[in-house]
Design a protein around this ligand. Sequence first.
Ligand SMILES: [Zn+2]
Length: 206
Amino acid sequence: MSKVLSDPPFLLDGENLALNLVNTEIMKRGNPLDLLQTPQDVARWWNETCQRHPAFDEVRRGSADTTIYDNELLTSVKTLRASLRGIFRALIDGEIPQQIDVNQLNRILRTNYSVLEVSKEGDLFLGAYTTDARHGLVLLPIALSAIRLIVQGEHKRLHQCDNERCILFFYDSTKSATRRWCSLGCMDRARSMQRYRETKRTVIGE
Ligand SMILES: [Zn+2]
């Protein structure tokens, strides 16, 4: 299928699963593009994400993966994504998140329960499980990672890319906390745009 080959790849480099989900909405040639348009897109995104970051797959599966990649999951993922976008944007702006967005996140968090587990070696750890066998294995890890960012993260390190043609979010984990762009590519594009404007201004000014 040529459609699949021409689709832009998912952005999987981020350290936070919730931010990675929000970043499935991108700008391409000046137009918004949603990388999650079908249940199959969600399946592909989730599989590629877990391959790249095995730790994101943190909710226990019990005996088997019972996830059903249907339209209901697609809708739930998009609803969660919109709520996370709203909450992250509010944190960046120093505002209080909308209750409707908080409620959406809480709806998924309520499917979470924790269990003290003992490994064969005698290690004790807290295992995360979900009561939503059909969709919780995808939705809950995203919600848990969002909570970690919201509750434990430094909000001043959360940003939306400074490139005016980019809508991606990122968490700045540099020591200096002065990162402004989602990627080196965006930094280069933003700087060359700035140089172009300055040159134009100089030419027009003369
Ligand atoms: Zn960017």
